[in-house]
Design a protein around this ligand. Structure first.
Ligand code: ADP
Ligand code: MG
Length: 369
């Protein structure tokens, strides 16, 4: 029996910047997906998930099955790996997970990455030295392509890259154009609390893809007006402000979010390197406000959680984390405050929303293995 583990990712700051070729800071969580499996002597793949059920299909004919949409992440990766020349055959595998699904910690990317690592081990191939970040980035791109093409969510590379490149006690600063990563130490006194609204993100792929189209529209408008940009990465929020007359209001606000968020990520990187924790917290709060007002991917429950978090004295910063439209928030506190903060946050949220929140203290951990 062979096993692979891929962690979920926690987006510290950098909301919807990845597919705009921008910057983001994240870390790999101490929660993730394990897939255990063994090769078969035929072409059949048998997949089992304790939470989601079972599916069986031929490795040579990978199609969607409306009854088992959860298997799409694995199938997509198998397709992309075969395109890249991986010699795959039949196998049996069981998925187990400590990540909440649909909460914004990217259980989808964790399944993709764990699938890729499992079949590498089962069928004895590699795209290079797994110690080399370039190899890990290649695998991240394969997994992202699986989600873009087969699953149909036009996500960027953040989730898969973080799951593969995470480092214990470090944040990962990702430059999504250069596809480069820098590990930045997190102060040991800092602690991160994830709190799930209890409302799964709804219609995620259509809303997510709509946001991506709006960002592309902003780039198109700039290019039509002879402003040289390849992506929103190439322009400042101040310039977008100057050119505001060129855009439809909605597209303007999306562009303002992405460009100002890139600036916040760069500032957050500086703050983290200088150990200016209050600054990092303030940037997290500003990031949430920008997601809420300009990008419109927050919800009343995410806002409620952020508002409660910020009213508690222990809170240094709080924001939605991940794609939005439901899911979870991330709060930063000092470690000695974490347990009482988490208890108070969930108590007040339960009382105000009538929903049952789930919360975790998450630790920055090593990438997939
Ligand atoms: P997120 O990535 O934020 O968790 P997504 O909607 O992108 O949310 O991915 C969640 C989906 O991933 C689930 O609906 C399911 O299809 C799949 N998934 C998550 N956990 C498991 C699991 N333990 N077993 C099988 N499929 C899973
Ligand atoms: Mg996902």
């Amino acid at each position: 029996m062979v096993s692979a583990f891929a962690p979920g990712r926690v987006e510290l700051i950098g909301n919807h910047t990845d597919y705009n070729e921008g910057y983001v800071m994240a870390f790999a969580a101490n929660m993730g997906v394990t897939i255990q499996g063994e090769a078969r002597s035929d072409e059949t793949v048998k997949l089992r998930s304790k939470e989601f059920g079972e599916d069986a299909f031929a490795i040579s004919s990978l199609n969607k099955n409306v009854h088992t949409p959860w298997a799409d992440y694995t199938k997509g990766v198998l397709i992309e790996l075969q395109k890249a020349g991986a010699p795959l055959s039949g196998f049996e595998a069981e998925i187990t997970s400590t990540l909440p699904a649909g909460s914004g910690m990217s259980s989808s990317a964790a399944i993709e990455v764990a699938t890729a690592l499992l079949v590498q081990k089962l069928f004895n191939f590699q795209f290079g030295d797994m110690e080399d970040p370039v190899t890990r980035m290649t695998l991240a791109a394969i997994c992202r392509n699986a989600e873009n093409e087969f699953v149909g969510v036009k996500c960027g590379i953040l989730d898969q890259a973080t799951s593969l490149m995470g480092k214990k006690d470090h944040a990962v600063f990702l430059d999504c154009r250069e596809q480069s990563v820098e590990a930045i130490p997190l102060h040991p006194d800092l602690c991160f609390v994830i709190c799930d609204t209890g409302v799964k993100h709804m219609l995620l792929s259509s809303k997510y893809n709509a946001r991506r189209t709006e960002c592309e529209e902003a780039v198109r408008v700039l290019q039509m007006n002879k402003i040289e940009v390849k992506a929103l990465r190439d322009i400042s929020s101040q310039k977008i402000q100057e050119y505001s007359g060129l855009f439809m209001d909605r597209v303007f606000r999306r562009a303002m979010h992405v460009t100002s968020e890139n600036e916040r990520v760069l500032a957050a990187r500086e703050a983290l390197l200088r150990n200016e924790i209050e600054t990092l917290g303030r940037l997290m709060c500003e990031s949430h406000e920008s997601s809420r007002e300009a990008f419109e991917n927050s919800t009343q429950y995410l806002d409620m959680l952020v508002e409660i978090a910020r009213s508690l004295p222990a809170c240094i910063g709080a924001r939605l984390t991940g794609g939005g439209f439901g899911g979870a928030t991330l709060s930063m506190v000092y470690r000695h405050d974490a347990e009482t903060f988490m208890a108070e946050l969930t108590r007040q949220y339960r009382e105000k929303s009538g929903k049952e929140p789930l919360a975790w203290i998450v630790e920055a951990s090593d990438g997939a293995a």
